[in-house]
Design a protein around this ligand. Structure first.
Ligand code: SAH
Ligand code: SF4
Length: 354
């Protein structure tokens, strides 16, 4: 098992400190940072511009890789790709890359498993194994950034919508975002990143105080507490009224539009009644609704809503003046869709890459 610290766990300032401890000026840290996050180098021996002793120290003191790819699958749509990684302690996570027009979006995991136990979600069905470190989050991005880089492309967007609840690993996710956002290195704009949360109210309030430019999405899925609590256990702790109060504070402080996610489950939350309740809940708010027909998971018997029913639901919401779109379901054949990520590779098809 790898015991050296992962270099991607360090912030720029920490790397400057490390260089200073080795008697090196700050510009050496900057060279390392650029090597890691602009040139996307994955081992110490690539840093040939550094003095030999410093390169040797880098090699001796840090790990440059915690993620070992186990399997990669590409969807029959050709646009969605998923990799299962093993971490040094044997825990496994998944990361998804999607191509849509000019976007190259990565769907990143923040925890191995999830403690929130949402009924319809494969990650929730497996429970929480552990939090990821900031470096383990960052390395998922670097893995695909290198892959895209070899093809003359770049990561354009990151969504923290893979395995785990990002606000249940708050500090670590913020640290990873700071590393990825840092202009001296990877430099991905905060507005190109989105955090999706199940609705942890104290963390939403904390996020509001950060005045971050990172987009916020809320997994709502039901417009009354009875239905929402039956699908999303944490709703008992943070019911809709409290959740919406926190969202209102966020909107008032940031003037940023919030996305509300809604997985349409046939006969359960796709009724006209739910659509009307949702419209009432969001009317007049700076909001956008993203509908997605349920993706299948082993531990939940619900069916996805049919496309024409999804459109009808969407129309009711729109009629109240709330922007609403039905999202494409992507990568279902390789279980790379929302809520389908788990620690095991899918049994069924998709083309296995090496
Ligand atoms: N924990 C965070 C982010 C990860 S889940 C959250 O819950 O928001 C990413 C999105 O997929 C969430 O909106 C989640 O509710 C949704 N999702 C989970 N299971 C799903 C499923 N089976 N079908 C469609 N969407 C699902
Ligand atoms: Fe966790 Fe999100 Fe899945 Fe709920 S939907 S179990 S919060 S990953």
């Amino acid at each position: 098992m790898e015991t050296k610290p992962l270099i991607y766990d360090l912030t720029f300032e920490e790397l400057v400190e490390w260089a200073a401890e080795h008697g090196q000026p700050a510009y050496r840290a900057r060279q390392i940072w650029e090597g890691l996050y602009r040139k996307l180098w994955a081992s110490a021996d690539r840093f040939t511009t550094l003095p030999k002793a410093l390169r040797a120290a880098l090699d001796a003191e840090f790990s440059f890789s915690a993620l070992q790819p186990v399997t990669s699958l590409v969807s029959t749509d050709g646009e969605t790709h998923k990799t299962l990684f093993r971490l040094p302690d044997g825990v496994q996570i998944e990361t998804v890359r999607m191509r849509y027009l000019r976007r190259r979006t990565l769907c990143i995991s923040t925890q191995a498993g999830c403690a929130m136990g949402c009924a319809f979600c494969a990650t929730g069905q497996m429970g929480l194994l552990r939090n990821l470190s900031a470096g383990e989050i960052v390395e998922q991005v670097l893995y695909y950034a290198r892959w895209l880089g070899e093809r003359g492309e770049r990561v354009t967007n990151i969504v923290f919508m893979g395995m785990g609840e990002p606000f249940h690993n708050y500090d670590v996710v913020m640290r990873a975002i700071a590393v990825l956002n840092d202009r001296r290195g990877f430099g991905l704009g905060a507005r190109r990143m989105t955090i999706s949360t199940v609705g942890l109210v104290p963390q939403i309030r904390r996020f509001t105080r950060e005045h971050s430019q990172v987009n916020l999405a809320i997994s709502l899925h039901a417009a009354d507490d009875e239905l929402r609590s039956s699908l999303i256990p944490i709703n008992r702790k943070y019911p809709i009224r409290e959740l919406m109060a926190a969202v209102d504070e966020y909107i008032a402080a940031t003037h940023r539009r919030v996305t509300f996610e809604w997985a349409l489950i046939r006969g359960l939350n796709d009724t006209a009644e739910q659509a009307h309740k949702l419209a009432v809940l969001l009317r007049g708010r700076l909001a956008h609704v993203n509908l997605i027909p349920l993706n299948p998971t082993d531990g939940f018997v619900g069916e996805p809503t049919k496309p024409h029913e999804a459109r009808a639901f969407c129309e009711i919401v729109r009629a109240a003046g709330v922007p609403c779109t039905v999202r494409l379901r992507r990568g279902i054949d390789i279980r790379a869709g929302c809520g389908q990520l788990a620690s095991k590779p899918p049994r069924e098809v998709g083309f296995v890459l090496k």
